[in-house]
Write a protein that binds this ligand. Structure first.
Ligand code: HEC
Ligand code: HEC
Ligand code: HEC
Ligand code: HEC
Ligand code: HEC
Ligand code: HEC
Ligand code: HEC
Ligand code: HEC
Length: 347
């Protein structure tokens, strides 16, 4: 080998080593990888920003005008942004003075069982299991092995009387990274006290996956529901296949009963043709159909009329999963309409 070429190789190697050294000193995005698939509406972002390398980090989600602006005052910046369903384009830009010192673009896909166009993951995207890697660099500040406080014995039947002080969230190792998962109005009991390991198994493969089908996990604690439903004649499609989390978030949501959408929207999601109420009342006289929302429920005081006013979302002994103990349509109407006075009033 001519000496000159050898000399060049040495120089090239030297330069790349120096770059690698310098690389550790530069701004680096650690999570998420490009092309990840998520179901949850928040994207967790974690990057190292060495002291003095940038003043701030701007994150644009789908080119929105107001980026998230993170003041770069720590060597590690961990934050999160909100995702819409489907493909999201994330642009991360670090700024120092008047200059862009770092720039990257990545795409993530948020899938959902409830949106037909987003059930299937498009080509080029795949689920990345965060907890399948060791993440030594995160362990400097975060605890990545679960402790006993991450699993607490809690039953829906004693929950109200429990001493929740003793079950505080801050005792959970999951809290520091996943605190957004319970930041909603309605929080599911075990998530509210950060008993994450009630459902997520650290021994599972992939780590923390939920090994049992939904319903089996849910019925472990909701034993009365299990008993009640096994006695019913008819069961609702998604319940029959054990898909409780198609309707209920196991963590938290903005809707009562931790429903992933308000009841009416949830039902209409799969039964669009029933939204009009024409299936209840539809003839030449009632071209508008029967109301299915935006009216007070005459039977369940304080609640709004919804699909669940007439149908049980889980199971029933009566036709069409009726929520009343009636065998005929006429008797059903009577539950809310007084036959003598025609008032909307239970008999
Ligand atoms: C130098 C210490 C440090 C390191 C290293 C670090 N973090 Fe953090 N992280 C923090 C602190 C402090 C918080 C709480 C931040 C806050 O609430 O402002 C946090 C919060 C988080 C959050 C929650 C952010 C949010 O807004 O919901 C996630 C997720 C996270 N870290 C992931 C990671 C990951 C992944 C790594 C490794 C790639 C990592 N962190 C490395 C210090 C660190
Ligand atoms: C260092 C921060 C950190 C800690 C501590 C942490 N997680 Fe995570 N976890 C993440 C990030 C980042 C993701 C990927 C983004 C997402 O799906 O939310 C994730 C994803 C997950 C997932 C989805 C599957 C996967 O591997 O991507 C589950 C389930 C989960 N975490 C459960 C837990 C539980 C339970 C605990 C506590 C015992 C915990 N995590 C502690 C950061 C953390
Ligand atoms: C009642 C059971 C239950 C409890 C309690 C629970 N989870 Fe989950 N979690 C689930 C199920 C079911 C999924 C969906 C997983 C799947 O489809 O494999 C899930 C998914 C997740 C994911 C992935 C999010 C996504 O959609 O990509 C994360 C992260 C997570 N859980 C974190 C937590 C944390 C942190 C806690 C504690 C506050 C917790 N979970 C408590 C049942 C539970
Ligand atoms: C570890 C035990 C546990 C598991 C597993 C569990 N739950 Fe719960 N659930 C509770 C507790 C505790 C409450 C809170 C009861 C209260 O607020 O009084 C609750 C409350 C609920 C509520 C609200 C009930 C109401 O009347 O407001 C719903 C809905 C629910 N759970 C659904 C589910 C679903 C769906 C699953 C499976 C994905 C599940 N649960 C798994 C313990 C559990
Ligand atoms: C098709 C959507 C859907 C599915 C699937 C579903 N639920 Fe529900 N669930 C609802 C709705 C809607 C309500 C609120 C009903 C109301 O307004 O009275 C509810 C209420 C509840 C409640 C509180 C009230 C009660 O009936 O005790 C619990 C607990 C519950 N669900 C558990 C479950 C479990 C466990 C599963 C799976 C076996 C499941 N749900 C599957 C829609 C669903
Ligand atoms: C994820 C999709 C999905 C959601 C959400 C959903 N359903 Fe269904 N529903 C089904 C399937 C699947 C069937 C079974 C279809 C069949 O057997 O023809 C069904 C059947 C029904 C039936 C007919 C039962 C019978 O025996 O005639 C009623 C009534 C019903 N659903 C009401 C509701 C109500 C009320 C809600 C909201 C609380 C709801 N559905 C939400 C998928 C869904
Ligand atoms: C006022 C009571 C009432 C309300 C509100 C109501 N339904 Fe119905 N539903 C009925 C009756 C009555 C039937 C039986 C119709 C028949 O057999 O002609 C029925 C039947 C059904 C069926 C089974 C029909 C079939 O073709 O097998 C589904 C699915 C259904 N309803 C869904 C819904 C949804 C979704 C909503 C909310 C948008 C809703 N219902 C609101 C009374 C109601
Ligand atoms: C869960 C209670 C409930 C049941 C069951 C019920 N309705 Fe109604 N109905 C209502 C409510 C609430 C209204 C709206 C009253 C108002 O506008 O103030 C209404 C309105 C009506 C109207 C007036 C419609 C309009 O737009 O002016 C008719 C007619 C009617 N119902 C017929 C029926 C028939 C027929 C049945 C049986 C197939 C039935 N209802 C079952 C609650 C119910």
């Amino acid at each position: 080998m001519p000496v000159r070429i050898f000399f060049h190789i040495v120089i090239v190697l030297l330069i790349s080593c120096l770059n690698a050294e310098a690389g550790q000193e530069s701004i680096t995005l650690h999570y998420p990888p490009d092309g990840s698939v998520l179901e949850y509406n928040m994207l967790e972002i974690s990057m190292s920003v060495p002291a003095g390398s940038a003043d701030s980090i701007k994150v644009y989600v789908n080119d929105e005008e107001e980026p998230l602006n993170v003041i770069a005052d720590q060597e590690y910046e961990c934050f999160s942004v909100q995702l819409k369903l489907g493909v999201n384009r994330i642009n991360i830009i670090a700024v120092k003075g008047d200059y862009q010192v770092y720039k990257t673009e990545l795409k993530v896909f948020r899938r959902s069982d409830l949106a037909s166009e987003y059930i299937k993951t498009p080509d080029g995207f795949k689920k990345d299991f965060f907890h399948m890697k060791e993440w030594k660099q995160c362990a400097r500040c975060h605890i990545l092995s679960p402790i006993e406080y991450d699993r607490k014995p809690i039953s829906p039947y004693t929950f109200k009387n429990m001493d929740k002080q003793a079950l505080l969230a801050v005792t959970s190792t999951c809290y520091m990274c996943h605190n957004k998962i319970t930041a909603n109005k309605y929080v599911h009991g075990p998530a509210a006290v950060w008993s994450c390991l009630s459902c997520h198994d650290p021994e599972a493969e992939p780590k923390y996956s939920v090994k049992k089908p939904d319903a089996e996990i849910c019925y472990e604690c909701h034993t009365e529901q299990k008993k009640d439903r096994s006695l019913k004649k008819y069961s609702h499609g998604p319940v029959t296949i054990g898909k409780c989390t198609i309707c209920h978030s196991p963590h938290a949501s903005e809707n009562p009963f931790n429903l992933v959408k308000p009841t009416w929207n949830l039902c209409v999601n799969c039964h669009a043709e029933k939204a009009s109420g024409m299936h209840v009342l539809g003839d030449s006289m009632f071209k508008e159909g029967h109301p299915t929302r935006n009216r007070p429920d005459p039977v369940r005081t304080g609640k709004e009329l919804t699909c669940a006013s007439c149908h049980n979302p889980h199971a029933s002994n009566y036709p069409h999963l009726w929520a009343f103990e009636v065998e005929t349509i006429f008797d059903l109407c009577q539950k809310c309409h007084n036959k003598q006075t025609d008032d909307v009033k239970p008999n």
